[in-house]
Design a protein around this ligand. Sequence first.
Ligand code: ATP
Length: 884
Amino acid sequence: MKWYQYHTEDVARKLSVDEKEGLTEKQVQQRLKQFGFNVLEEGKQTNLLMLFIRQFQDFMVLVLLAATLVSGLLGEYVDAIAIMAIVIMNGVLGFMQEQKAEKSLAKLKQLSAPQAHVRREGEWRKIPSAELVAGDIVKLATGDRLSADVRLVRVNGLEVEESSLTGESIPVAKKIEPLYEDVELGDQYNMAFSGTLVTRGSGTGIVVGTGMDTAMGQIASLLVHTERVPTPLERKLAQLGKVLIVTALLLTAFVVFLGVYQGHPLYNMFLAGVSLAVAAIPEGLPAIVTVALSLGVQRMIKRKAIVRKLSAVETLGCATVICSDKTGTMTENEMTVKQLWTMDEHLSVTGEGYDVQGTFYDGSSQVQPANIHDIQQLLTFGALCNNTTLLHKQGRYTIDGDPTEGALLVAARKAGITDDELNRFNVIYEIPFDSTRKRMSVVIEDEYKQRFVITKGAPDVLIPRSSYRKHIAGYVPLKHKDQQRMNRSINNMAEQALRTIAVCYKPLKKDKTYTDLELEQDLVFIGFTGMIDPPRKEVKEAIEQCKQAGIKTVMITGDHAKTAEAIAGDLQLIPEDGKVMEGYELNAMNEEQLAAAIEDVYVFARVTPEHKLKIVKAFQRKGHVVAMTGDGVNDAPAIKASDIGIAMGRSGTDVAKESSSLVLLDDNFATIKAAIHEGRNIYENIRKFIRYLLASNVGEILVMLFAMLLALPLPLVPVQILWVNLVTDGLPAMALGLDKSEGDVMKTPPRNAREGVFSRGLGFKVISRGIMIGLVTLLAFIMAYQGDPERLVYAQTVAFSTLVMAQLIHVFDCRSERSVFARNPFGNLYLIAAVLSSVVLLFIVIYYEPLQGPFHTTDLAARDWLGILGLSAIPTLLWGYSKR
Ligand code: ATP
């Protein structure tokens, strides 16, 4: 028999689990040992050896290796070995960089791994889905992506979209009754499968299959591994790389041609040319960019932002608008009922957070809510139309579920309404809450088998659905002037930043079946509560900082316009001429009209998630780069359409997370600001090392070119060129990637998303500094050489040292967009370490006798160093002074 053919009790029995308690830790450990973790076996991992070999597959490196081999065969052993050693070291470095990039990407994947809500040892826990075992009792909620196959034991309007398995995109309504025949996957209505998506309602199930033993596992071999898409910058650099390769090759060819024309031996020139090409082609650039991006990603994790797509790191720095949810992102998402309103009463309630201590006041006199029928009913019904539980842990009250509902439970408790009292009623049907409907209903049966429906939700949604209002113990028709009174009170509460939730009910006839539509109309209006959700402390400052950074913050909320406006006022989010726009106004506009009006809007209130897409598109139409937050299933399209989709780590559904490029671990608006800060900084650092590397390469090519034009001997030998490529171009460039920002990056406007790699003067800086580095190196060579072939090795050592030192000084220039004097040179200790170790390595190849042969060097005197340092400082100081 198959799982779907058993009764639920039999499933539990067969898997030795008590539905109320869940599995014990011991059972779990034993099952994990026996059946393994709940993971799909991954496709082939990239082989480390292959990754290493790949480092040498570059065409120019191959040519260099071939050329070296030839020189070895011709008897130039020392040269050949030195070059080989450097090429291999270069390969190792590239390999390590790629490894590092891969590792941090893998770590990222782990961090965004899905979680499951499971009952173990008698309590609900959140655990990584990989730790699920057969027999686990799991809770399913709207927006969850299932990570195991389950047999359903309880459903509540549960609908699951199974297209990943069946191809059918219309959600399937789930039931729990057993099936008796053999049926296909799509018809197994009491099962829910790994990889499918809960689109509506909720439920509970028993895990019956994990890992490869799920329906998804059986087709896992068919799943294709998704390739990582390069980020915009990586793509731009790859394109630029092609141009640079051709330029470098042409120039090198020209150098070789000139050299041969000037009478240098062909073989010598060839080896020099190939070395120069290898050095000048910035083949490592994309890898360093990836490393810098992923290092940035790690820094973001520390600030509680998880980047799901590497490209987000770049795009973050271009963001011009942040559209943020109010509840939970800008506010604490800890609700407390502060006021209660019925036709005859208007009470206030004391107490903070979810603590159940609190007193009720009518004006300034204390009252006992138990003595006021309507208030008692309002609170009892609010607690019944409710899916949240109040927990008491370590002396503190917390909730498991929705804060709005938690607040209602706490208020009921303050009024002395006990669980026993509530347990007299049975919930027999539920129409779940969702942000579009803005209401939730339950059908209740009391101990006398009397049935009634309770609906709670946004008052402006429930008033039109009410035909009656409470009156003494019964009800009377709702009049227009009653409605006016209610609206005045609602507005009044909303202006105090309170969220209002109305509660209505309606007696039901026993023998009649009602449709959902019928249940939620002709209701009896009881009253409403006003609850506070205080703004998060750090948000006000974050909004101010975004403003200074040229980023507009927009609040989007399903809440009442007045409530939203009051909170936005507290946060100083709306400028004087700023507007609040409501959902119904949005409905009346097309995208173009909205785009025309949107620049003035700072708060969107009473919107549904569907409106968010329209808002994103309208902003994009105005040329904005939009960051959009969201948590629910319906938010996914807007998150996907935005430039930076942001999902909530705590309250977000799997669907929202899957569509996002950034996940906030703490659901906090301030974290978005922190991520933008990091994003801007990373991009600036990338610009810094691109500038450094390319200027160095220009210098290397030019010194050779100039020398050939002037009919001089080679100022640098191949192995020296390769050494420069390995040491001076490598370490300091990486250290630049770890640099701190110059000044406050949050005080400048966002970067234009379309700007090229060389924008904002970078191209000029590369060329000008490159030419100067080439010139001073050449000058050093000429002065040391003095036309005397006897002095060649000495002159080459001087030129080599000048080139290295000029680059090492120039690296400090690259830290600033303005001038080398604009920053404290000791501000980046990594850079100091990189520069010092480069200098030490330079001294070793110059002064350590056994290396003098292979590196064509000779001892230099202190006087030589004075000249070298003087010349090599010129490229940096020249512009440093002129720009100061
Ligand atoms: P955002 O997170 O975008 O700021 P929100 O959380 O304020 O939005 P929703 O959760 O979409 O908005 O809620 C919209 C309205 O629905 C609320 O203003 C409230 O009146 C009502 N509401 C919220 N939660 C519930 C609930 N659990 N049951 C019934 N009604 C609710």
